[in-house]
Design a protein around this ligand. Structure first.
Ligand code: NAD
Length: 447
């Protein structure tokens, strides 16, 4: 059944350079499909290297000659606050664009991603007039006292490359701090979900951000993304996406000494100790495994459970999978939407096959739904940490439950991975939580 879709406006599916809409110079486009229906949404201008040149030149011109880096931080803060308000007011529209292009639940974006994107702008609006340095006393020079001071200056032009799974939120995380500092930017959104970023650019203009500060170059990764990542007119690249592409960007940036920030993939462990309050924790464990169909860098799909409660955890996950209502992302009753595209769906099904072949025990799920659209069942395996499905990022709703005996073993299993993005600890023992947190080699720990 298809739910009634809220009204939404498609942004112009074009490049946005220097405040103007433009087709790609050679007129190329790519097609964007709705993964819930497999129908065409629209064709979007596909930036080529010459278009990226234009966008970088517009951002550079605004940075060198325009007002954005020169107005006061307080003024920039006021405009960024206005941007936050407009993003909030446009939440339904932005969320609808994300649902229609990549199958995320409309409601989840309305209450989650979009308010969080607004919050990022509001947060950095507050920092815009509080950019301070420090002073340091230097050794005396003969009779003369000396001191040095640091002065923070905007870096210049940011190149931002974003993934499809949280397009507006991740663009906001990159843009808000850069804009607060007085930088300008060129953003290359993912080809599977670029419309909400184009809409975001319209809102930023409406908030009063001058032309040329934020330029958008939708296009294919290996064309527009690669042109941006290697462009000599960019001062810094901020990339969120797969380790494979991140590695290429890092090594290309090495040649030019360009600054790079990479936010890459994950295979997070959830450590569930014997004293966990499973009644409370089970909904978090299931969310860590299935939220946004597992298409989350921080998904906790390695479920490490103490041997005394492993059966309860398995039952809890199997029950959660049975309760899942997989369907139209606009239907308020759906609890899971679609996988972003056919290629990603194939990748998930391939990993499920590998799980079978390597001897993991399939407890529930494992299939594509027999209907139009890229829907897949939430899937739970019982297995071990050395299986491919427990080592590699699947980016789908596929959890592997692994049992452990001692805390030392849990920590060793959690750390036996090439990833280190995040981890979750479920326990009622605060001192264990603190000790284990210190022992985990990850960037973020949720207790
Ligand atoms: P991806 O690496 O395929 O694409 C990310 C972006 O890079 C897209 O805009 C794409 O067009 C572009 N790109 C592709 N090839 C390129 C190239 N050769 N040069 C420059 N740009 C190129 O990733 P994805 O499939 O869009 O996203 C999923 C991945 O992102 C997962 O690994 C996920 O864990 C990760 N991710 C990480 C975070 C985080 O904060 N750590 C957040 C979300 C997603």
């Amino acid at each position: 059944m298809t739910a009634t879709r809220p009204h939404y406006d498609l942004p112009e599916p074009t490049l946005r350079i220097g405040g103007h809409h433009a087709d790609a110079r050679d007129g190329r486009t790519y097609d964007s499909y709705n993964p819930a229906t497999e129908e065409l949404v629209t064709s979007v201008a596909a930036a080529q290297p010459a278009d990226v040149d234009d966008a970088v030149a517009a951002a550079r011109r605004q940075f060198e000659e325009g007002e954005w880096s020169r107005i006061s931080g307080a003024e920039r803060g006021k405009i960024l606050s206005r941007a936050a308000d407009l993003i909030e007011q446009d939440a339904q529209n932005l969320a609808a664009l994300e649902a229609i292009e990549m199958g995320k639940l409309f409601h989840d974006s309305v209450v989650g991603d979009i308010p969080a994107a607004a919050q990022a702008f509001r947060h950095f609006a507050g920092w815009a007039d509080k950019v301070t340095g420090s002073t340091a006393l230097l050794p005396d020079f003969g009779p003369q006292r000396r001191f040095g001071y640091t002065l923070r200056q905007p870096l210049g032009v940011l190149g931002a490359i974003t993934p499809w799974n949280n397009p507006v939120l991740i663009a906001a995380w990159k843009l808000a701090p850069a804009l607060a500092a007085g930088c300008t930017a060129v953003v290359k959104p993912a080809e599977d979900a670029s419309l909400s970023t184009l809409r975001l650019a319209e809102l930023l203009t409406a908030a009063g951000i001058p032309d040329g500060v934020v330029n958008i170059v939708p296009g294919l990764g290996e064309v527009a993304g690669a042109a941006l990542a290697t462009h000599p007119g960019i001062d810094k690249i901020s990339f969120t996406g797969s380790p494979r592409v991140g590695r290429q960007i890092q090594s290309l940036a090495g040649d030019t000494f360009r600054k790079v920030t990479l936010e890459l993939g994950g295979k997070a462990p959830q450590l569930i100790f014997a004293d966990a309050d499973l009644e409370q924790s089970m909904s978090w464990i299931a969310m860590g495994s299935f939220y946004h169909q597992g298409q989350v860098c921080a998904a906790g799909t390695r479920v490490l459970a103490h041997e005394s409660i492993v059966e309860d955890v398995i039952q809890g996950l199997v029950d959660a999978a049975a309760r899942a209502r997989i369907g139209d992302p606009f239907d308020p009753d759906s609890t899971m939407g679609t996988i972003v595209n056919a290629k990603q769906l194939d990748q998930i099904l391939r990993y499920i096959d590998i799980g079978h072949t390597e001897g993991a025990d399939l407890l529930t799920g494992g299939h594509r739904l027999d209907r139009a659209g890229y829907f897949v069942e939430p899937t739970v395996f019982r297995g071990t940490n050395d299986l491919t499905i427990a080592r590699e990022e699947i980016f789908g709703p596929v959890a592997t439950v692994i049992s452990f005996t001692t805390t030392e073993e849990a920590v060793r299993l959690a750390n036996t991975t090439k990833y280190g993005l995040n981890a979750m600890i479920h326990t009622r023992d605060l001192s264990r939580a603190l000790t284990v947190t210190e022992q985990l080699r990850v960037g973020t720990v949720w207790v």
